[in-house]
Design a protein around this ligand. Structure first.
Ligand code: B16
Ligand code: MG
Length: 213
């Protein structure tokens, strides 16, 4: 049976996607581009640089390297302002019960987010101390769908990938888990997360006992 659960952050433990959406939309509008909620769906699990590139590609726009960097900095400042007030109420229902159930059975808990703001966010959510290891998106070479972040967390936990269960809401994230050689739990729709070994509609509905048996 598994020795650790490694969680994605946005879309699994909390909904930061809404704040990313507001900030990216402001960036897009500033560039004279449209940015819809549907566009935002395509950015889930994609890192910051990749997200801006997708927005520019869709608008068939190219900017200088300096401008690109400036847009990234501005978007992140805006995003940080937007998430400044998040608190434990922003946790998805059932997350704390799930963590408690895992701890009770001696299962380790890791975090594998593509976000460079992940440590700040889990601190705001009041769950930072519950993790045995928090991955650092800034220190891995390749972002999701590459397995790097999940592998780095397994290593940080002192476990081999086969002993870990990854939990993800994004297609790129599920691919990352499978490439890492882990069992993949998808959160969302089965028809979308086709590579996942099992899918639950929400994190709160995830059956920890079933996954550990
Ligand atoms: P940042 P996750 C991802 O978080 C988000 O889903 C994605 O939309 C965002 O662009 C990415 O983090 C990078 O975030 O700009 O804060 O570094 O789902 O991997 O927890
Ligand atoms: Mg996610």
């Amino acid at each position: 049976t598994a020795k650790a659960f490694i969680f994605d952050l946005d879309g699994v433990l909390t909904d930061t996607a809404e704040f990313h959406f507001i900030a990216w939309q402001a960036t897009a509008h500033q560039l004279g581009l449209e940015f819809t909620r549907e566009d935002n769906e395509g950015l889930k699990g994609v890192d910051r640089v990749g997200s801006l590139q997708l927005i520019l590609d869709k608008g068939q726009l190219s900017v200088s390297e300096e401008k690109f960097e400036q847009l990234l900095v501005e978007k992140n400042q805006h995003y940080l302002e937007l998430i400044n007030d998040i608190n434990p109420d922003n946790l998805f229902p059932g997350v704390l019960d799930c963590f408690a159930a895992l701890k009770e059975q001696g299962i380790k808990i890791g975090l594998a987010s593509a976000s460079k703001n992940a440590a700040f966010v889990v601190d705001k959510l009041g769950i930072a101390d519950l993790f045995d290891f928090i991955g650092d998106a800034a220190s891995v070479a390749n972002s999701k769908p590459a397995p790097d972040i999940f592998l780095s967390v397994a290593q940080g936990l002192g476990l081999s990938p086969e002993d870990c269960i990854g939990v993800e809401d994004a297609v790129a994230g599920v691919t990352a888990i499978k490439s890492a050689g882990m069992y993949a739990v998808g959160i969302g729709e089965k028809s979308v997360l086709t590579q996942a070994d099992i899918v639950f509609p929400t994190t709160g509905e995830m059956d920890v006992q079933q996954l550990l048996s």
